[in-house]
Design a protein. Structure first.
Length: 105
């Protein structure tokens, strides 16, 4: 019996310790967050793939290629959960930015 869900993949990111910052020094390219950008783009691509997969299942159901409504509902729910997670993360990022902008220096 196969499971209807793909197993959760662990994040394989190595955290490096922070280096002390010296005034007047420019950060190197690898220190500016390219790893975060790559991780973020990978997550967005995965979410987009999930939406496309759910849309394909709906198309297959409507054209008669798929008879199992259960699979369509599962894919739709997975896409819905991904959307809720993405909007929650975006809300948290906006809140964090607002908090940073309101800080007194």
């Amino acid at each position: 019996m196969s499971t209807p869900f793909n197993p959760i993949q662990p994040l394989n990111t190595q955290l490096t310790p922070m280096q002390p910052f010296k005034l007047g020094e420019q950060p190197k390219a690898e220190e500016t967050g390219s790893n975060f950008g790559q991780m973020f783009m990978k997550a967005v691509d995965g979410m987009s793939g999930q939406f496309n997969q759910a849309g394909d299942k709906i198309d297959d159901l409507m054209t008669g290629k798929l008879n199992n409504l259960h699979d369509v509902v599962i894919e739709g729910e997975k896409a819905g959960i991904m959307l809720k997670l993405a909007t929650h993360i975006a809300s948290r990022v906006c809140t964090a930015c607002t908090t940073l902008f309101q800080m007194q220096i």
